[in-house]
Write a protein that binds this ligand. Structure first.
Ligand code: HEC
Length: 138
C-alpha cells in the first residue's frame, strides 16, 4: 500500500467510525424516546420491585393501570354520567356493594360499556379498577 492509499484508508476508517458513533448515539436517543413510561423490569430483578415484574411479565394489571388505560376515558371527567374519579359520586355508588358494582362493570349498565371497553381484562382486573375508583372517593 502506498502512502496515499493508506491515508485514504485511515480517512475512510475515520469516517466509518464517526458514522457508527453517530448511529449509536441516535439509536440510543430513539430507544430513550420510545421506551415505555416506567422502565421494563425483568422478573426476579429485585431492584425494581416484584409488583412491576408481574405486570411486565403479562400478569394481572393493577387497578390503577386498568383505570388509567381503560376507564379514565369516561370516569376521569364523568362522560355520559359516569361516576367521576375522585368525587363523592363513588361514595354513592359504594352503597350498592362491590358485588353489584362489579357485575354492572362486567356486563355493562346504561352508557357504561361491558368491561368498560377492556375486553381482555379479567374479572379480577375489573374489580381492581372498580376498587381503585371507589378508593378515590372524597
Ligand atoms: C365509554 C365510557 C365508559 C368507560 C370507558 C368506562 N365506563 Fe364505567 N361507567 C360509564 C357510565 C356512563 C356509567 C354510569 C352508568 C349508569 O349508572 O347509568 C358508568 C358506571 C360505572 C360503574 C358503576 C356501576 C353501578 O352499578 O353503579 C362502575 C363500577 C364502572 N362504571 C366501572 C368501570 C370500569 C372498571 C371501567 C374500566 C375498566 C369503566 N367503568 C369504563 C361509562 C364508562
Amino acid at each position: 500500500m502506498n502512502k496515499f492509499a493508506s491515508a485514504l484508508c485511515a480517512l475512510g476508517l475515520g469516517v466509518a467510525m464517526a458514522a457508527s458513533v453517530q448511529a449509536a448515539t441516535s439509536e440510543e436517543k430513539v430507544i430513550e424516546r420510545i421506551k415505555a413510561v416506567g422502565s421494563v423490569c425483568i422478573e426476579g430483578d429485585e431492584s425494581c420491585g416484584g409488583a412491576v415484574a408481574a405486570a411486565a411479565g403479562g400478569g394481572a394489571r393493577s387497578g390503577a393501570d386498568v383505570y388509567t388505560q381503560k376507564c379514565a376515558a369516561c370516569h376521569a371527567i364523568g362522560v355520559a354520567g359516569a361516576p367521576k374519579y375522585g368525587s363523592s359520586e363513588w361514595t354513592d355508588r359504594a352503597a350498592k356493594g362491590m358485588e353489584t358494582l362489579l357485575a354492572n362493570a362486567i356486563n355493562g349498565i346504561n352508557a357504561m360499556p361491558p368491561r368498560g371497553t377492556c375486553a381482555d381484562c379479567s374479572d379480577e382486573e375489573i374489580e381492581g379498577a372498580v376498587q381503585h375508583m371507589l378508593d378515590s372517593a372524597e
